[in-house]
Design a protein. Sequence first.
Length: 496
Amino acid sequence: MEAIWRLGSLGLPVCAPLEEQAETDVVVIGAGITGLTTALPLVEAGQRVVVLEAKGVGSGVTGGSTGNLYSTLASGQAALRRKWGDEVAADVVCARSEAIDDIEALIKRFSIECQFRRQSAYRLLTGDRQHSDHSLNDERDALLRAGLDVASAEGPGLPFDSWGIRIPDQAQFNPLHYVQGLASVLIGMGVAIHQHCPVRRVEAKEGVVQTDTASVTARHIVYATHTPKGISLLQAGMLVSREYTVAARLKRGEYPEGIFWLLDPFHSLRSYRHGDTSYLMVVGEKHKTGEQQGEYYQRLRDYLSSHFEIEAFSRQWSAQQYSSPDGLPYIGRMHGHDNLYMATGFAADGLVWGALAGRIIADQILGHDNPWQPRFASRRVTPGKSALQYAKENATVTKHLARDYLGTERIDSFDGIAPGQARVATKSGEKLAIHRTEAGELKVLSAVCPHLKCIVHWNPEESTWDCPCHGSRFDTDGEVIEGPAYRPLSRPEGLG
């Protein structure tokens, strides 16, 4: 189901499909907050820019986000401080605060209707966890040392006992409406934004980006795709996760205003109003992509029902996260190619990182100094802070390769696949991703991920095929949804 931000979705001017060879200064792959923020200063500096989007503007992680904008990190400032120290932790807060201010300035400059509003963020303990407040003391100290105002607070509008920290002057908005507004501005400035135009190949040396129907030649190529497409050494250390959201209307009671991180062990709450109707959202149930083990949406519905009087559940959706091994995003030129740029490792904090990344990458292309580029450089090497996660993620890939190739069940026919079911099985020597729709249609695809040949797993919550190795995801027709894979899952022939 689509995210709640789709309510009242804005229309965009139509760009003609990309059907022939084009030439430009910069091609941006991805029309989310990173890609469009990158494009704006480039076109204002006189650069010719083409944006290629596999689906629709903001339809990826930007449109599946919480719409929360905050200068700290959802995982906590104290953890960042322990890994990097006070100076880097303070730089993160300063850089992210500037990015939020930049978003607000663009909204005012271009009169983008996206319900931007300054709000407080709360980090709260609940129930019988209130006696374990040492973690909050560490967090309070880390936030203060990073230059943020912090106050003790109870959770306003929450119908259960909670207390902790309030961080004022954070913000919320509708992320989809924001990027749709940016897209309209860019199109008015002459930027070609080609939607429903997935990229299938990038030839870095030649500066050529190929789609299904045409190609674009450019001096600079930007991967604004949440993780770089194709094969990158950085992917070996990324922790790839999914997190889920449920929205509901309340029967009675307050809709709490603000950003709420509840340490129970972790849920995020926020409210959103569309027209005359308010909604309450809960985010949580994070797990590694491709390793589904539960009914995550039902758990979130149960969570809301246990704390609020629910009238009806309205929407549910999920989003992907890439967490870097050293806790900071990678932004800028890629290893080995001075004409390729990337932005990844945003964890659960991608809206603000995306806005910052757009500015950094645009400055690199234009040859301007950016004070934050060295701090988040994509070519940095931090083995002391990264080695453990690299080791864990490579062990995970090895585990899945061995288990999935050797342990996949063998079948002689598809008769055992009932409507609504899906499974991975070996038939006639091939690893197959098999799904029968509720209407009885059988869909058979190769289960081998075209990225690095891991075996995909079925995600029943989203009805998708997800790769547990590096996070590529595919729909039931095999088309790429997100992740590093360029190509869809192949369709085996001669199987029936």
